[in-house]
Design a protein around this ligand. Structure first.
Ligand SMILES: O=C(O)COP(=O)(O)O
Ligand SMILES: [Mg+2]
Length: 241
């Protein structure tokens, strides 16, 4: 069986899909870059480049802010890690407030839907698959972004990173999403861009397909254990249920 046949066979075995947002449906790096740099400027801290940010995205906003603050507060030669952690925590509350403010204001303006994403979603819905959006992005930002990009109509539900007690790579959000859909985890596909999505899917017993173009913590996505990889969501062409 070649990769195409294996993907088609996998798509025949699922009733629904949980679709990741950042790095899978929408390239949001520009939004992150703008919101983070505006926040850093407000705090009189040095800026950060998109290449650095790309490696830090995927584990939710709190994690992103701590990683960014840790990066910009790092002293050349390396400060002691405990002192740096204390410096990060001391800035966290104002950073969080400023970041939320800026992200809310610009959400979607510096972001683009990936080529093939609409075709892929249409094909999945057209074949009768049940769809939810399952992201570590905060719920309110995820819903607003999907609306801004005209993608909200594809999904029965949207679950953000603050929807449950734990985020991906914990399996809990996937298991809860399957419950909401009424589909068995083994028959519910996780569609994502990073090892977070794949690890969560493995732990939940869900099949997983990864896109090759997103944000995988600076690592090649094909290093991650997954059932299949696609270069665009347009490659997903499930047969009707
Ligand atoms: O906001 C993030 O950390 C990334 O969100 P994602 O789960 O949609 O990739
Ligand atoms: Mg992602």
């Amino acid at each position: 069986m070649d990769a195409r046949q294996a993907l088609d066979a996998l798509l025949r075995r699922v009733d629904g899909a949980m679709v990741d947002l950042d790095g899978t449906l929408v390239d949001t790096l520009g939004d992150f870059e703008q919101a983070l740099n505006r926040m850093l400027a407000d705090l009189h801290l040095p800026g950060i480049g998109a290449g650095e940010i790309e490696r830090m995205v995927g584990k939710g906003s709190e994690h992103l802010l701590r990683a960014v603050l840790g990066h910009v507060l790092a002293q050349p030669g390396g400060a002691d890690p405990q002192a740096r952690e204390a410096a990060v925590e001391a800035r966290f509350a104002p950073a969080w407030e400023r970041y939320q403010h800026h992200y809310r204001t610009l959400n979607g303006q510096f972001a683009t839907v990936y080529p093939g994403a609409l075709e892929g979603l249409r094909a999945l819905r057209g074949a009768g698959l049940r769809l939810v959006c399952l992201t570590n992005k905060p719920q309110a930002f995820a819903e607003a972004l999907l609306r801004a990009k005209g993608l909200e109509g594809f999904f029965e539900r949207v679950f953000g990173g603050d929807a449950f007690e734990r985020k991906k790579p914990d399996p809990l959000p996937l298991l809860r999403a399957c419950e909401a859909l009424g589909t068995a985890p083994a028959r519910t596909l996780m569609l994502g861009d990073s090892s977070n999505d794949a690890r969560a899917a493995r732990a939940a017993g869900c099949p997983v397909v990864l896109v090759s173009y997103g944000y995988n913590h600076g690592r090649p996505v094909r290093e991650v254990d997954a059932d299949a990889y696609v270069d665009t969501l347009a490659e997903l062409r499930p047969a009707p249920r």
